[in-house]
Write a protein that binds this ligand. Structure first.
Ligand SMILES: Cc1cc2nc3c(=O)[nH]c(=O)nc-3n(C[C@H](O)[C@H](O)[C@H](O)COP(=O)(O)OP(=O)(O)OC[C@H]3O[C@@H](n4cnc5c(N)ncnc54)[C@H](O)[C@@H]3O)c2cc1C
Length: 374
């Protein structure tokens, strides 16, 4: 088949790699002129780590990221609450989870895309599309290029243009009431797995994400009308927010100054709770199930989508009706579980519900996503 993958993020690159490996002709079109990932660390939950492993990049993740077992949860003064351990699902020798710097993951995946000789076009996007299940899709790009594809995959993220074009009736992304902060630090030798500190309305944690570094994440509850912040204000706001955790984080708070690179992202969510396909076009990843990062599984879900799609294309070839139906059977419920459970943990944090109840739901969530996805 001749296949268009729109969006060169984690889900789009995974889909392009899997479909090219089956012998299909794949065009990957990415709107950014400068193809790169912004951000610091990406948590690799048991779900995300396994999906990347199944994609065939486990060795690179182990060498350039950091894999470990479990996260220790404390209160804001350092009182131990519990350890949340995920089952080892890749092999008995391979730790269950980890983290990696986003630019490093992008580098690993984009090199594979180039090596696979996938036709990548940057700085372009779709303008219009006419998509039919039997006859394929006519696509007009903003560059003026017109093309015809047997299958179009929309992996264009939470603010998906393809979703707007093909599913205008679907709900738009919604701000969840929380924003996520990330700051990178050198990793002291004694931090070899996740650590999380919770107060009534905030949580802060560390994830080792490379042989030498770790990143701090912080989840803040912010009303919608206060969510916009100037970049220059971020270090001082971060220090103020972290001051509740001064007993345990004093040395890190002291390191933050005006020159510290800080990633601050309000969290949006979207769940297309029905078919993710129209005509011969299928949407995957954040375009149809953008989750908050409470279970560290959004990227993994996007990669799982790509793997499951390739599996059914291998099985049913260009019988797209069967491919899409089988795909939805496997994917909808699992994605909904992650989006809803992550959303519920966020809601509990905003409401200031008990730390014990929150960590029990987190443990339950991690246990459930351990289940096989194929
Ligand atoms: C603050 C934050 C922290 C997160 N932390 C984690 C975590 O720790 N672990 C985890 O597993 N997940 C995490 N996630 C979720 C994870 O980042 C996403 O689920 C994942 O990136 C989804 O991949 P995707 O390919 O579907 O979309 P994206 O990664 O958003 O990629 C979309 C791509 O499409 C391109 N694009 C957009 N529009 C167009 C267009 N019209 N035409 C062409 N190209 C287009 C974009 O430039 C981008 O390259 C987090 C998300 C946020 C916001």
């Amino acid at each position: 088949m001749k296949i268009l993958v729109l969006g060169g993020g984690i889900g789009g690159m995974a889909a392009a790699l899997k479909l090219k490996a089956l012998g299909h002709q794949v065009d990957l079109v990415e709107q950014a002129k400068d193809w790169k990932a912004v951000g610091t660390g990406l948590t690799l939950s048991v779900l995300t780590l396994r999906a990347l492993w199944d994609l065939g990049i486990g060795k690179e993740i182990t060498e350039q990221g950091y894999v470990h077992d479990g996260v220790d949860i404390y209160d804001q003064h350092g009182e131990f609450i519990r350890t949340v351990l995920s089952k080892r699902v890749i092999s008995s020798e391979t730790p269950s989870e980890g983290a990696i710097l986003r630019p490093v993951l992008h580098q690993i995946m984009s090199e594979k895309v180039i090596e696979a000789d996938i036709n990548v076009r940057l700085g372009d996007t779709i303008d219009t599309i006419k998509s039919d299940l039997k006859t394929g899709s006519d696509v007009q790009f903003i560059s003026g290029i017109k093309d015809h594809y047997d299958l179009v995959i929309g992996a264009d993220g939470v603010f998906s243009k393809l979703r707007d074009l093909l599913m205008p009736e679907q709900a738009k992304p919604e701000y969840t009431g929380q924003a996520c902060w990330r700051i990178q630090f050198e990793r002291p030798a004694e931090i070899t797995r996740g650590r999380m500190f919770q107060s009534e309305r905030m949580k802060v944690g560390f994830n080792p994400c490379s042989p030498t570094h770790m990143y701090m994440y912080m989840m803040e509850c912010v009303p919608k009308d206060q969510v916009w912040r100037e970049e220059a204000e971020l270090p001082q706001i971060a220090k103020t927010l972290l001051s509740d955790f001064d007993d345990v984080l004093h040395d890190y708070i002291a390191q933050i100054d005006v020159n510290t690179p800080i990633i601050y992202r309000p969290l949006d969510r979207v769940m297309v709770d029905g078919a993710w396909h129209r005509g011969s076009t299928l949407l995957i990843g954040d375009a149809v199930h953008a989750t908050t990062p409470h279970l560290g599984s959004g990227a993994g879900l996007a990669v799982e989508d790509a793997i499951v799609l390739a599996h059914f294309i291998e099985q049913y070839s260009d019988d797209l009706e069967t491919v899409f139906n089988e795909f939805m059977q496997k994917r909808l419920q699992r994605a909904r579980y992650v989006v809803e459970t992550s959303g519920e943990i966020g809601r509990m944090e905003i409401a200031g519900e008990s730390m014990i109840a929150r960590s029990i739901l987190l443990a339950k969530g991690f246990e459930k996503v351990t289940n096989a996805y194929m």
